[in-house]
Design a protein around this ligand. Structure first.
Ligand code: AMP
Length: 280
């Protein structure tokens, strides 16, 4: 695996690969890699000739400085994991490399309020920063395929909207959420959970499954409240539990069998904020 720290070095390599007609699939990450990330690398390897991952903890998408400071970083371990999964190229830019001037702003988009609900309500500025870095990385890497996880459902929905509105030529592919044996979605943040909260955290998936199996038995708002209560009673603190339209992310007060819905949740397990979702 080749590792590049600079845009210039990476572009030189990619220009040469492109001139040979090789296709590129890109997996952007913030590091502290786990099997969830590796499932995306595997998709990238299947889709294209070259799989490229980036590790960049993007400061502009952290509204909480403490979260940014404590974000787990372990580049050497990450490199070994990527190598094991036959990732071809790793891009590990510095902040200066990604934001050489303050000219690089979030693209102007009509987000239809999709950035203001759920995560957007609790993490002001998060999606603006996320779109800013994804656009910048796409400009640098210019991949044919962009591989992202369903785990961050609102994130991938907004990236899809950006690709549509800016008519970018990249094809977005969504990878399923990879879970621990007890159902907890894998996340870089899980390694910061203390053992007691780690055990309790499986309630998040259990509540999502409860929601899925009781969709036709309860009113949406009652079901949301009940699932939030299940999580709270297990010792976590639910920030939101919402059943939303899979495309618009708007809350539904009634639904029909034709509706495509997703249940999304954020909850605090002690000091650690976890998110998850399930297609209903
Ligand atoms: P992150 O490093 O947390 O920014 O995540 C990088 C990419 O990995 C994003 O597209 C995430 O949605 C995806 N991802 C994170 N956790 C998982 C998981 N458990 N299963 C599948 N994809 C994931």
């Amino acid at each position: 695996m080749k590792v590049y720290k600079t845009v210039k070095g990476l572009r030189k390599k990619l220009d040469s690969l492109e001139s040979q007609g090789l296709s590129i699939a890109f997996v952007p990450t913030m590091g502290a890699l786990h099997e969830g990330h590796m499932s995306l690398i595997q998709i990238a390897k299947k889709q294209a000739d070259i799989a490229i991952a980036s590790i960049f903890v993007n400061p502009t998408q952290f509204n909480n400085p403490n979260d940014l400071a404590k974000y787990p970083r372990n580049l050497e371990e990450d490199k070994q994991i990527l190598q094991k999964f036959h990732c071809d190229i790793l891009f590990t830019p510095s902040v200066k490399e990604i934001y050489p001037t303050n000219q690089i702003v979030a693209p102007k988009l009509e987000l239809h309020g999709m950035d203001a609900v759920m995560e957007g309500k609790f993490r002001p500025g998060h999606f603006e920063g996320m779109l800013q870095v994804v656009k910048r990385l796409l400009d640098i890497v210019n991949p044919r395929f962009l591989i992202m996880g369903q785990k961050d459902y609102q994130q991938i929905s907004l990236v899809r909207l950006m690709i549509e509105q800016l008519q970018l030529s990249v094809k977005l592919i969504q990878g399923d959420s990879v879970r621990e044996i007890d159902g907890l979605a894998m996340s870089s943040r899980n390694r910061r959970l203390d053992p007691i909260f780690r055990k309790k955290a499986k309630i998040i998936y259990e509540a999502l499954m409860y929601c899925k199996t009781h969709l036709d038995k309860m009113k949406p708002s009652d079901l949301e409240n009940y699932c939030g209560k299940l999580i709270n009673e297990a010792g976590l603190k639910t920030e939101y539990f919402e059943i939303v339209d899979a495309k618009s992310l708007k809350k539904k007060s009634t639904y029909t069998t034709n509706d495509k819905l997703v249940a999304c949740v954020a909850a605090w397990a002690g000091e650690i904020r976890l998110i998850d979702n399930i297609a209903l």
